[in-house]
Ligand binder design. Structure first.
Ligand SMILES: Cc1ncc(COP(=O)(O)O)c(C=O)c1O
Length: 487
């Protein structure tokens, strides 16, 4: 605490409140690396902790910087998850951190609620400057799912219709409204009925969209420009077709850029690859700078006005922490860093390099089917090999569990090459790479070399496919027998 600050506080405090202690976070964390997964297992998410242990992902990370994580042994990892796309500018970016420190040191009048906010207007103005044309109002949220809820409400208010159309395999978050437009059954199962009038159609299918919109009752069509689950890229006529169909049928075109926004795909917004202008754009993740959860929903003024339609409806949609100063400061600093450090340009250049170098491995390995992506959102897809023995292993793994094969790649990637990555969705043979956008060409070489070596060893009969099959199927068997015992 700066000298004098504590005195200032103390003099105004009632005698019963004694502010004399320091809170020592460093000391608290002192010996935590050893225990942290135990605590998670005990109090937060036991199943998740078990999974981490089973696949050897129980690494004790103690530090993050830029595109890297560091463990308690001093090993450096290339983080290809980047907090699910949150650390676009890199972890613990000094400029963003400094902006937050400045905000804290200013004793800002945070969340006055019934009063003028100081930072949110500034961030809204900056966002609108870089947004696709026509999006000139901003609603601040605390996360992506809340942005989706917002967009659904906005579309309904603006059209006076109720139905929302969404895409199979689409992912828009896990709150109940967002789950209603989630195209992955694995997430919906067990939580229904989800209540909303929603209809799923195939992604990249304009005829299916037209058939639904022509019914005249669709408030909004929500779609990711590139689907996160699987990294599915639409054909070039799809999003322009979506925009035209939505316009024709009076449906609100909702562009979910929660993952693809802020440079992830090599342009500020992924919809800019196809020059489309959505009616609503949902953003979150990277705007936080990786520090303070925040999202922003950008909408056309006519839509915004239909929601906040009168004085007595001026807070008809709001959230307690929306526009909070630290989130706004993080957002402003993030936009500054993206622009000044030319991070979107780097995403495009280094992303292309990574994709091209990984693509060059495809002819080398029968297991490797395709590499696709834009910017630093890249999918490495595997497929059944031709040779008989290898195919038998592939089939064996898939018969145990349709999500098992990628672990044969991911486990050695982490263990032997210090690359943290994840499968791109349930039952997919796809690994998704969404590293920080400050990845450099040396990181690219490390990643390509790591994939090369791991796929080479997976192509051997006693390699990781065999190992993972043996190890994880034993675990699966144990779980089944334990489960049977319990019931
Ligand atoms: C496209 C998309 N929309 C919405 C969400 C939900 O965001 P959040 O997890 O911040 O609620 C996600 C999260 O991964 C996402 O990828």
């Amino acid at each position: 605490m700066p000298a004098g600050a504590s005195d200032l506080y103390s003099s105004d405090l009632p005698p019963t409140v004694q502010r004399k202690t320091m809170f020592d976070l460093k000391a608290l964390l002192g010996d935590q690396p050893a225990q942290s997964l135990d605590l998670i297992e005990e109090h937060v998410n036991p199943q998740f902790a078990k999974v981490l242990r089973i696949i050897g992902y129980d690494v004790r990370y103690v530090r993050g910087q830029a595109q890297y994580l560091y463990d308690d042994q001093g090993n450096r990892y290339i983080d290809c998850l980047a907090g699910y796309g949150t650390f676009a500018c890199g972890r613990n970016h000094p400029v963003i951190r400094d902006a937050l420190k400045q905000a804290m040191d200013m004793d800002l009048p945070n969340l006055p609620k019934m009063g003028a906010y100081r930072l949110s207007g500034l961030l809204a103005r900056e966002l609108i400057k870089v947004a696709p044309p026509g999006l000139d109002t901003v609603f601040f949220t605390n996360c992506g799912a809340m942005g989706v809820e917002t967009a659904i409400k906005y579309a309904r208010a603006a059209t006076k219709r109720s139905r929302i159309v969404f895409c199979k395999k689409g992912f828009h978050g896990l709150s109940v409204g967002a789950l209603g437009v989630n195209g992955n059954e694995e997430f919906r199962e067990g939580f229904g009925p989800l209540g909303l009038a929603c209809t799923a159609i195939p992604f990249n299918d304009l005829a299916a969209l037209e058939a639904e919109l022509a019914k005249g009752d669709v408030a909004g069509f929500i779609v990711e420009p590139i689907q996160g689950k699987g990294v599915n890229i639409p054909s070039d006529d799809y999003l322009p077709g979506v925009a035209a169909l939505c316009k024709k049928h009076g449906t609100v075109y909702i562009d979910d850029e929660v993952q693809t926004g802020y440079g992830r795909t090599g342009k500020m917004w992924a919809c800019q690859h196809w020059n489309v202008e959505p009616d609503i754009m949902i953003t979150a993740k990277a705007l936080s700078g990786g520090y303070v959860p925040v999202g922003a929903v950008l909408a056309k003024r006519s839509i915004h006005n239909a929601v906040f339609s009168s004085l007595d409806r001026c807070v008809v949609h709001s959230t307690t922490f929306g526009q909070n100063d630290l989130a706004m400061a993080a957002g402003l600093a993030t936009l500054h860093v993206l622009r000044e450090e030319r991070i979107v340009e780097n995403s495009q250049a280094v992303g292309t390099l990574l994709r091209d170098k990984l693509q060059a491995l495809v002819p080398k390995y029968e297991l490797l089917k395709e590499v696709r992506g834009k910017g630093l959102m890249i999918a490495v897809e595997f497929g059944p090999p031709k040779s008989m023995m290898l195919r038998a292993q592939w089939n064996m793994l898939h018969s145990i569990d349709a999500s098992l094969f990628p672990q044969a790649i991911l486990i050695p990637l982490l263990k032997d090459h210090h690359v943290l990555a994840q499968v791109a969705g349930h039952h997919l043979d796809v690994i998704k790479l969404i590293p920080s956008l400050v990845l450099n060409p040396q990181d690219v070489d490390h990643l390509v070399n790591a994939f090369d070596q791991v796929i080479a060893s997976c192509s051997r009969l006693t390699g990781p496919m065999w190992e993972v099959g043996k190890r994880l199927s034993a675990q699966a068997l144990k779980r089944t027998t334990q489960g049977a015992g319990a019931s």
